[in-house]
Design a protein around this ligand. Structure first.
Ligand code: 4AD
Ligand code: MG
Length: 431
């Protein structure tokens, strides 16, 4: 009698598992043909077909104690080649145990037609093939960031989520009662990264950011994950290079390791070439005007205009040199163009829009003080941020890129909420 060795669906299909295997997973699909049942089992690495015979593996059949859809099961059996099975392999079961049965699965074909029902039942619907493929792609994107930054000499740091200063303006701050004091949830860890520069020179961060965005769009969440990077002795062109390297690495990894998941999502993804195209804000404005989306110089790019420009590109690209009036207070301006910042947004093609915002920061104390005062901002909330400029703050720059927006683009998702396991939006805080 041979031993059954625990094996993963992916290894069984790849032909790298032993012949006698134990599979632990969930019943995804089944159909019965007389005394034989075929069950597609999902184990987190993929799907493998099990065949079971009445008399040998009765628990595989429906019935009082049978393996209904989404039951957790443990199967022991032999791997055989079978052209008719998905992936060309089948495990014929000699033992079939229901480890945890499932009640009648609520996500029926008809119910699944309602997007809001699927998100109400997100704790269950995440078992679906598209959600699984998306989560694996998201993990690949994040993994690529860890490798990219480590290989480029950036140190990973963490920062608090309870904060007092608004990095990106007061209008999207969530406030929290902090022992009777009003504090906010962090919109961005940028100021903490800047503080860490003299200690570590190059830093990056991966953590949630919170925005009280009252916009019900396909690209806004109220809680999302942000990757941010900041480096000292770095001007805006250096900052652009880091973004190009990071996004290229993310796409490269997904193309190398997640082909099956891209296919599940029907996504054709191409490796962008570096450097990415660059369009100045002024050029963007005239393109938008020609496309029928005019806007005033000084305004932030309206979503419609950004979308129209994004549809003209087939690779991620930068829009550079935004007016100061459309940017947060800390942005450095050109010495000969005091109304124009050394900043850029990284925009995804195909109408997806902004993935990242970055720029060079004011490193001079007097200049930053002047900027804060000229914008009537509360100097006290920025006291430590200002003080950094008194103790060896060289030119520095950085950016923040949204993980769910990037995943949405790479995976080709219609809505940002699909890029989040449990999305938080204007209208959704459960499950
Ligand atoms: O453009 P934002 O507001 O820039 C910053 O926060 C800078 N302080 C970052 C930095 O320089 N360190 O946010 C950065 C990115 C956006 O480009 C977008 O991808 C994502 O964060 N983001 C959102 N993603 C989902 N939902 C929202 N409501 C988002 N707001 C921003
Ligand atoms: Mg932005």
């Amino acid at each position: 009698m041979s031993d059954f060795l625990l094996a993963r669906a992916a290894d069984i299909l790849a032909g790298t598992s032993p012949e006698s295997v134990e599979i632990r997973g969930w019943v995804s699909r089944k159909h019965t043909v007389g005394g034989l049942v075929f069950i597609l089992i999902r184990d987190g690495t993929g799907y493998v077909q099990v065949s079971a015979r009445k008399g040998t593996a009765d628990a595989a059949f429906d019935g009082a104690k049978g393996a209904t859809k989404e039951s957790a099961v443990v199967v022991k059996g032999k791997v055989r080649d079978d052209k008719r099975a998905p992936g060309g392999k089948e495990v014929s079961a000699s033992e079939f145990v229901v480890a945890a049965p499932a009640e009648s699965w609520p996500i029926t074909r008809t119910a699944a037609k309602s997007g809001s029902f699927l998100f109400d039942k997100r704790h269950l619907s995440i078992r679906g093939p598209k959600a699984i493929a998306t989560m694996r792609i998201r993990a690949e994107v994040i993994g690529a960031a860890f490798d990219y930054f480590r290989d480029s000499g950036f140190h990973l740091i963490s920062a608090p989520s309870f904060v007092q200063a608004a990095v990106e303006g007061g209008s999207t701050l969530f406030s929290v009662d902090y022992f009777g004091k009003k504090v906010s949830l962090s919109q961005s860890a940028q100021f903490y990264e800047e503080a860490a520069l003299p200690a570590l020179q190059k830093v990056w961060i991966f953590q949630p950011a919170f925005r009280a965005e009252k916009s019900k769009t396909a690209r806004h969440l109220t809680e999302f994950w942000m990757i941010e990077a900041e480096q000292a002795f770095a001007e805006q062109p250096d900052n652009i290079k880091v973004q190009e390297g990071l996004v290229s690495k993310m796409v490269e990894r997904v193309l190398a390791n997640r082909q099956a998941d891209l296919k599940t999502l029907g996504r054709t993804l191409r490796q962008p070439s570096v450097p990415f195209p660059k369009i100045s804000y002024d050029e963007a404005r005239s393109i938008a005007e020609k496309k029928g989306f005019p806007f005033e110089w000084g305004d932030d790019l309206p979503t419609e205009a950004e979308r129209a420009i994004s549809l003209t590109q087939d690779s991620p690209f930068f829009i550079t040199d935004y007016p100061l009036s459309a940017r947060s207070f800390y942005h450095m301006t050109y010495s000969d163009r005091p109304k124009v910042t050394k900043s850029a947004d990284l925009i995804a093609p195909e109408g997806i829009g902004e993935l990242a915002t970055g720029g060079q920061r004011i490193h001079d104390h007097a200049e930053l003080m002047k900027r804060i005062e000229s914008q009537d901002l509360p100097t006290e909330s920025f006291s430590w941020y200002l003080e950094l400029r008194k103790y060896g703050m060289p030119p520095h720059s950085g950016f923040g890129i949204g993980v769910e927006r990037t995943t949405r683009w790479i995976a080709g998702l219609k809505h940002i909420r699909s890029a989040s396991l449990f999305p938080r939006t204007l209208s959704r805080i459960s499950p």
